[in-house]
Design a protein around this ligand. Structure first.
Ligand SMILES: CC(C)(COP(=O)(O)OP(=O)(O)OC[C@H]1O[C@@H](n2cnc3c(N)ncnc32)[C@H](O)[C@@H]1OP(=O)(O)O)[C@@H](O)C(=O)NCCC(=O)NCCS
Length: 181
């Protein structure tokens, strides 16, 4: 899955490449993004690049994706990681879109393609994620593709845990018809 590419109706999802890193760091450090991450310290280039080098060298099943429109305009990034030993469960996240392109449904299609990769070639049965409880936009997006809340934390910067089993994704994606090839 380190050489992944899947085309949707408006968005192509492919493996993250080294050339994408300056942009993903810029998106992540934008004030419109930063506050929504559990770890909200700005990324620094050396650490960002070293993380990618470790990821590429590792033999884990983790996948980092980059989404762009069919004419090559960058849309966002997503990831599948923390696989269970039997490979049936995995976490999805590191979701991030270009702050200038939000609200157009492009990231939603990227998310559907990411989930399609998890439940398709990666053979995962259930994905889970964690999101800050006040990140209403993200929670709404996850619910719209079938995720359900399993746990709600409390206090400042509380986290909500959500899960999506393959069967429920089948129903949501049939409705959304993301057009993945
Ligand atoms: C969460 C995040 C990745 C979502 O990406 P996005 O670019 O906003 O997502 P989209 O544009 O695909 O879809 C979301 C909105 O577009 C709307 N939309 C969907 N299809 C649309 C279409 N065809 N035309 C116009 N709007 C559309 C949706 O209704 C939704 O609106 P809402 O936010 O009012 O519910 C993005 O907001 C982000 O990067 N946030 C900062 C980091 C973050 O929170 N990451 C998640 C941590 S868990």
């Amino acid at each position: 899955m380190r050489a992944f590419r899947r085309e949707g109706e408006s968005v192509t999802l492919r493996s993250l490449e080294e050339r994408d890193l300056p942009l993903t760091m810029q998106w992540r450090n934008d004030p419109r993004s930063l506050r929504w991450f559990v770890s909200d310290a700005p990324l620094e280039w050396t650490a960002h690049h070293a993380w990618f080098t470790r990821y590429q060298a590792s033999e884990s099943r983790d996948c980092m994706f980059f989404a762009e429109t069919s004419d090559g305009q960058p849309v966002g990034q997503s990831s599948i990681y923390n696989f269970s030993c039997d490979g049936r469960r995995a976490e999805v996240g590191r979701f991030l879109s270009d702050p200038e392109l939000r609200g157009r449904g492009l990231f939603r299609e990227s998310l559907l393609l990411t989930l399609d990769a998890a439940f398709g070639p990666l053979g995962v049965e259930e994905v889970f994620l964690a999101v800050l409880s006040d990140n209403e936009r993200a929670v709404r997006l996850y619910e719209s593709v079938g995720f359900e809340v399993t746990h709600r934390g409390s206090g400042e910067r509380a986290v909500v845990a959500m899960v999506l089993p393959r069967a429920r994704f089948g129903q949501a994606s049939a409705r959304a018809d993301c057009g993945a090839s």
